[in-house]
Design a protein around this ligand. Structure first.
Ligand code: SF4
Ligand code: SF4
Length: 502
């Protein structure tokens, strides 16, 4: 590296010399090689240029001697040329490469969830006590019949399309085997089974060990078609066609060859070490009619027994796109907002393309209602659902259920260091290195995921009870339960809610 390419690290390791016992745990725990023992002086040293602030050493230091802090190095203050802008230009001038990152957009855009407040009953229509009254959080995803049909003898026909049944309106969003580890997938699969919900294979195929979780699995068909074959399609409870992803709308996927090892290469059906590049478009889809063909090909291949989900990224004209998707024969539309996570994305795309899920969801629900086709499809919202309150707000804006992924990874230990693409995740999640994967115990991971979703279910019931609502069905699209704070009239209009105080 040229001397003038050096950029002072973003983070510094602070080690309390009075507490440190030189046990060298931090050295063993850091796959980035930040910590090292200096035998001459008998002390620990740190190379901060390698630190990604994953917090693994902080958590595991037995003496609580470590903390990671933002470095105090500053460029001369400039409101236009901020420190990240200057650093990025320097890095690209040095490397000539695209800036890669991972997880969701960390930018300073409005988080509309935090500008919406939930209603509660007071005198009339009193609240319901969820500890004493039954509360229904069960949700069915799939097309609902528009009217009752009868046969020639006057009996009601069962014309219900295949449905996904969720005990709680939360599913684990697509994360491929390859981008995350075997043990992370195992934890998600086990938790989905215990919770009565679903996890999603992502575009990496389905490892043979996980076929037994089929009734809680959504199998994905993405543009690369990695690992897609007849048994795979029939293995899951539903099939998801990925047209877009919130973290990187309009571009394909790229799993570096260093992550295509062993079982990952077998599951994807590609050679070890070769980059897995999914093209930006599906090469057989250039219109809603083409999409319809794929939807019906997949239904045909699975005997019309499985709902087909079409996942799209939240982009500018998302409502019109969703309207087309609803007419394609899809049973569920999954809309992924611009804060959605990913294992790897060009940072410029992640941070500048797409729109917030809150606005996209409200626009999609509104458009489908106006066109009288809301019942043709269920709508699943994803892209940074952080808490049970976000879920309640999403359902009130029109979602039938939500997808979570980043929150699920946080439950497994992730600390959002945004370096998944480097394949050295110290928490054993976004890595294929066996010594790192072993750090994540699938049993303990599944327990934490079950804990998280169970806690959220209780909180959802509390909030529903407070509103005087005892069924998630009655909350769906019930925008009267929301009020906005600190938003413009236009934002309120798109969200379809009133301002607080009205
Ligand atoms: S883990 Fe903590 S106590 Fe052990 S060497 Fe590192 S800083 Fe010192
Ligand atoms: S999964 Fe691992 S590498 Fe990715 S953000 Fe979380 S801690 Fe960092």
């Amino acid at each position: 590296m040229e001397a003038f390419d050096f950029i002072y690290p973003e983070y510094e390791v602070v080690r309390d010399g009075g507490r440190c016992t030189v046990c060298r745990v931090c050295e063993r725990q850091c796959a980035n090689g930040v910590h090292a023992y200096d035998p001459e002086r008998g002390v620990m040293l740190a190379d901060e240029t390698k630190c990604v602030d994953c917090q693994r050493c902080v958590c595991l230091c037995p003496a609580r001697a470590l903390k990671i802090v933002e470095s105090g190095n500053t460029f001369r203050r400039n409101e236009n040329w901020t420190a990240p802008a200057i650093s990025e230009v320097c890095r690209q001038a040095g490397s000539g490469g695209v800036l890669l990152s991972s997880m969701g957009n960390p930018g300073k855009y409005p988080v509309y969830w935090d500008r919406m407040l939930i209603n509660a009953s007071q005198v009339t229509n009193p609240p319901i006590d969820p500890l004493r009254e039954p509360m229904e959080t069960r949700t069915f995803l799939g097309a609902k019949p528009q009217r009752i049909e009868r046969d020639e003898k006057g009996r009601i026909k069962n014309n219900l399309a295949p449905q996904l049944e969720l005990e709680v309106p939360v599913m684990f969003s697509a994360m491929s085997y390859g981008s995350i580890s075997y043990n992370a997938h195992a934890a998600l699969a086990r938790a989905a089974e215990e919770l009565g919900t679903y996890y999603n294979t992502g575009e990496g195929g389905l490892h043979e060990d996980f076929y037994r979780y089929g009734k809680n699995t959504i199998v994905q068909v993405a543009s690369g078609r990695f690992g897609v074959h007849k048994d795979y399609l029939n293995a899951g409870a539903a099939i998801e066609i990925k047209m877009g992803q919130g973290a990187k709308p309009g571009i394909g996927g790229h799993l570096p060859g260093r992550k295509i090892v062993g079982d990952v290469s077998r599951t994807r059906m590609i050679p070890e070490g070769s980059d897995a590049i999914s093209p930006a478009p599906h090469h057989d889809i250039y219109s809603i009619e083409d999409l319809r063909q794929l939807v019906y090909s997949l239904k045909e291949a699975t005997g019309y027994k499985k709902p087909v989900i079409v996942k799209i990224a939240a982009v500018h004209n998302v409502a019109a796109i969703a309207s087309g998707v609803a007419r394609s024969g899809a049973d569920v539309i999954a809309v992924d907002g611009f804060r959605g996570g990913t294992g790897a994305a060009p940072a410029r795309i992640r941070d500048n393309v797409g729109i917030p899920i809150e606005l996209a969801l409200a626009a999609v629900d509104q458009r489908l209602r106006e066109e009288g086709i809301r019942g043709n499809v269920s709508v699943v919202a994803g892209g940074s659902i952080r808490s049970s309150a976000d879920i309640v707000k999403a359902v009130a804006l029109g979602a039938d259920a939500v997808y979570i992924a980043t929150a699920a990874l946080l439950a497994l230990g992730c600390r959002l260091c945004r370096s998944c693409h480097q394949g050295r995740c110290n928490w054993g999640i976004a890595t294929q290195r066996p010594e790192l994967v072993r750090r994540l115990d699938p049993e303990a991971g599944a327990r934490r995921l079950v804990n998280l979703v169970t806690a959220w279910k209780h909180e959802i019931e509390e909030m529903m009870g407070g509103m005087g609502i005892n069924s998630i069905e009655a909350l769906r699209g019930n925008r009267l339960m929301l009020r906005g704070v600190g938003m413009t009239d236009r934002e309120l209009e798109i969200l379809g809610i009133r301002h607080a105080g009205e």
